[in-house]
Design a protein around this ligand. Structure first.
Ligand code: CU
Length: 124
């Protein structure tokens, strides 16, 4: 009886451990602490679309136990890549040109988000 119980406990723990996006040590979803911060949590970027003015420095922070990256591949036009961001690590990037910057996590390519950079220099 005891052995069966502890076996099922191990089984449950194993199943939980395999589920992506449920890190056991973080109780609730963290939220960005300022308008230029993007939190990586539960295999998503929050907010998934951020609009900033040109010249803004955006900060990403990884709140997952899994490593993630912030990777924008534009083949010559302002690419950026954080490399592997471990838990609680920051990455910052300054956007010097207006445009739409789609980025992904190079490790989990289903993770996608966008930074939209507005041109404040031109008046319409
Ligand atoms: Cu990732």
């Amino acid at each position: 009886m005891r052995a069966v119980e502890s076996l099922s406990l191990v089984l449950v723990a194993t199943l939980l451990g395999c589920m992506p996006g449920t890190p056991p040590t973080i109780a609730k979803a963290p939220t960005p602490s300022n308008p230029l911060e993007i939190v990586i949590y539960n295999y998503t970027y929050a907010p998934d679309t951020l609009t900033v003015n040109v010249g803004s420095t955006v900060t990403w922070i990884n709140k997952d136990l899994a490593p993630h990256t912030v990777t924008h591949r534009s083949y010559g036009k302002d690419p950026f890549d954080s490399g592997n961001l471990m838990y609680d690590k920051l990455y910052t990037h300054t956007f010097r040109r207006p445009g739409q910057y789609d980025y992904i996590c190079a490790l989990h390519q289903g993770m996608q988000a966008t930074v939209v950079v507005k041109d404040t220099a031109t008046t319409h």
